[in-house]
Design a protein around this ligand. Structure first.
Ligand code: SAM
Length: 359
């Protein structure tokens, strides 16, 4: 069901030497430790520049420091320090005293770009206080904010859902997935917890016979409605938005495919086992489930991005990233055929897709 791509099993990944790097790394040195220790300064510089609209201010052309500061309404000396730091980080260039966008900055950091990553950068910036409470999470084992998927404050919901959309569009996950997941035999697909619908839009573009539904929480659907109207009005008649809480009761009616991207990592193990059973019941016989997430190897240290991301999940959810073995166990208990796992090419991706058929 996944086409034109090599199926990677965890044991192959282990043999390739890429797995378990966190626990087996031998090339750590002073420079790398110091870079990790100070990484917050670089992240904060980029987040602040994005919030201030610094990259948008340079989109029309180069500016010297004073002109840039005036455009942002900021102090001139301070702005020069930030812009110089961004030059040092190779995000900007500096030529004859003027700041210029680098190629990647123009592509990913200017709000009008179709590959704008700013939604994700702003969301990360808004989680600054949560990261400051990591020690508390370590001591209690509990999230440091209500694990409410940002549903209680409309501004927070909007920032969260725009972040998902922005990351997936900038990195290209949805286009890659639509090109490799074979949906030729499915008539209906559900993007469960589909958020902004970024994946569903690409599935419907790739498969013109397909109808799609997003099953998600009401506050998220409000944002999804706006995003779909902006981005894919031509597909709107083929998409239904349904308010569904997958934790509560049965999922709606039978469909041919269920897609879950970045869902299981926010939930604990019993909830995921329950969710797999609900998906099995929601599928027609012969239907497929496709789960896209960081899929960890048995050491739980690779992919590295997944191991680090689990700390964010500790802060904000009841979940973590899970291994292929764990996911396969839930799927088997729910009645699915043995699953297959496919790793997306890394870089830029760090996730995999697990697929299984419901007989
Ligand atoms: C991390 S986002 C992933 C969005 C999208 N699938 C993607 O990968 O870009 C998690 C999504 O799950 C939704 N969600 C969380 N809990 C849910 C629940 N109990 N029932 C339905 N949707 C839920 C959130 O509203 C959000 O859209």
């Amino acid at each position: 069901m996944l086409r034109k791509w090599r199926i990677r099993t965890p044991s192959e990944a282990e043999r390739s030497g890429k797995a378990g790097r966190g626990s087996n790394a031998t090339d750590m040195d002073f420079t790398k430790i110091a870079a990790i220790a100070g990484g917050h300064a670089e992240a904060r510089a980029l987040q602040t520049a994005t919030r201030l609209g610094l990259f948008d201010a340079l989109a029309a052309g180069p500016r010297d420091g004073d002109s840039l500061a005036d455009a942002l309404g900021c102090d001139r000396r301070a702005t020069a320090l930030l812009a110089d730091a961004l030059v040092a980080l190779e995000v900007l260039r500096k030529s004859i005293g003027e700041y210029v966008l680098g190629e990647a900055a123009a592509r990913y950091l200017v709000a009008s770009s179709p590959e704008y990553l700013g939604g994700m950068i702003l969301f990360d910036g808004a989680l600054w206080d949560e990261w400051g409470r990591l020690e508390k999470a370590l001591r209690t084992g509990q999230p440091v904010r209500p694990p409410d998927m940002f549903q209680t404050d409309p501004a927070a919901t909007e920032r969260f859902i725009r972040a998902m959309d922005s990351l997936v569009r900038a990195r290209g996950d949805a286009v890659w997935t639509a090109a490799h997941l074979d949906l030729s035999r499915a008539r209906t697909i559900v993007d469960l917890g589909g958020g902004p619908g970024t994946y569903l839009v690409e599935f419907l573009r790739r498969w013109p016979h397909l109808r799609g539904e997003i099953w998600d929480l009401p506050a998220t659907l409000e944002v999804a409605r706006r995003i779909l109207a902006e981005r894919a009005p031509e597909l709107r008649a083929r998409i239904e938005l349904c308010a569904v809480d997958y934790r509560a009761g049965d999922l709606p009616h039978p469909v041919d495919a269920v897609f879950l991207s970045n869902i299981i990592h926010s939930e604990d193990e019993p909830t995921n086992a329950h969710l797999m059973r609900s998906c099995w019941r929601a599928l027609n016989p012969g239907g497929i489930i496709a789960i896209k997430d960081h899929v960890m190897d048995d050491s739980m240290t690779a992919p590295a991005a997944g191991a680090v991301f689990s700390l964010y999940l500790l802060l904000t959810t009841r979940g973590r990233d899970y291994s292929f073995a764990e996911i396969a166990r839930w799927l088997a208990a729910a009645g699915f055929d043995p699953p297959r796992v496919t790793a997306l090419p890394s870089p830029p991706f760090s996730s995999s897709i697990v697929t299984a058929v419901r007989r």
